[in-house]
Design a protein around this ligand. Structure first.
Ligand SMILES: NC(=O)c1ccc[n+]([C@@H]2O[C@H](COP(=O)([O-])OP(=O)(O)OC[C@H]3O[C@@H](n4cnc5c(N)ncnc54)[C@H](OP(=O)(O)O)[C@@H]3O)[C@@H](O)[C@H]2O)c1
Length: 271
């Protein structure tokens, strides 16, 4: 098998870490991004970064484009759950920032990987995007934030494939319930739910199997969506191009002032 270079966000834990180990064992070049250096696998290149910050994503992009100009596969796994609303120094709601915006920046900013695998939860309805309150200022709860970010990743895939599908294949993957670290700050009720998921979820090595299969034999189409081994259609309203373009524009509006102004400057109103 030809040797590959993979960049894996969330590569310090859970499925990202298991994927990193799998490809290191095959002799591939693996670059991982996370916050906790102590969890980095020997043999991988570790780039420490808080991916909920725009500037940190920009730094990762610049580093990787300079040092690893030929990334073959980008795997997006970084996530963090918060029961209570958190706003980053860029003024962006935390789950939106890490679980979606980072993936937007890396997908569009890296020098064209041949394959992007966005591990999320494809196929949910587009009304999960709170178009008039995307930062969830008026009504926040952690699950709403997580579902919104998941939906935003579907739309990222749709827009990305429409723009760059000729050179990069975009894969949206729902791995099912997998017993990972599922890191986060949970209230008691959510913590109980997460504990049950950890007890009942698939072991991590089992959980990553469909992801490994898609990395090893990527689908031919510019965009595909999967719930483990089952392919789901990307021509349903859940993958609406108009909604995807709308989110793309909203995202650009959100990041443009933050990129130009000092950290802490709130972004322009986004609705
Ligand atoms: N597990 C499931 O049942 C399940 C179900 C559906 C979808 N998924 C999706 O599968 C993917 C992998 O999930 P998982 O369960 O394997 O995750 P996990 O075990 O909770 O690991 C999360 C990873 O994200 C990194 N991370 C958290 N905050 C970060 C930050 N601010 N900056 C940079 N990295 C950060 C963590 O690294 P550090 O600790 O080093 O910061 C860790 O490597 C995610 O996209 C998730 O949404 C999982």
């Amino acid at each position: 098998m030809t040797k590959k270079t993979l960049l894996i966000t969330g590569g310090t834990d859970g499925m990202g870490r298991a994927l990193a180990r799998t490809y290191l064992e095959r002799g591939d070049t693996v670059v991982i991004v996370g916050r906790d250096r102590s969890k980095a696998l020997p043999g991988a290149t570790f780039i420490p970064a808080d991916l909920s910050l725009i500037s940190e994503n920009q730094r990762v992009i610049e580093t990787v484009n300079a040092e690893f100009p030929a990334v073959d596969v980008l795997v997006l796994c970084a996530r963090y759950f918060r029961t209570n609303r958190f706003v980053t120094a860029d003024g962006v709601e935390g789950t939106f920032a890490l679980d979606y915006l980072s993936r937007f920046l890396l997908s569009h900013g890296l020098n064209g990987p041949g394959l992007i695998v966005n591990v999320s939860g494809p196929g949910q309805p587009t009304n999960l995007i709170r178009w008039h309150d995307p930062m969830l200022e008026r009504a926040y709860d952690g699950v709403t934030a997580q579902f919104q970010a998941g939906k935003a990743n579907d739309l990222l895939g749709v827009e990305f494939a429409a723009r760059h599908g000729g050179r990069t294949r975009y894969v949206l993957m729902h791995p099912g319930g997998v017993s990972t670290s599922l890191a986060g700050e949970y209230d008691a009720a959510t913590a109980a739910h997460v504990a049950a998921l950890k007890r009942n979820g698939l072991p991590v090595e089992e959980g990553i199997k469909p992801i490994v299969a898609l990395i090893d034999e990527p689908p031919a189409e510019p965009l595909s969506a999967w719930v483990r081994e089952r392919r789901i259609s990307v021509t349903t309203p859940a993958f609406d191009r108009q909604a995807a373009s709308r989110l793309h524009d909203l995202t650009l509006k959100l990041i443009t002032p933050s990129a130009a102004l000092p950290p802490g400057t709130p972004p322009a109103p986004s609705s």
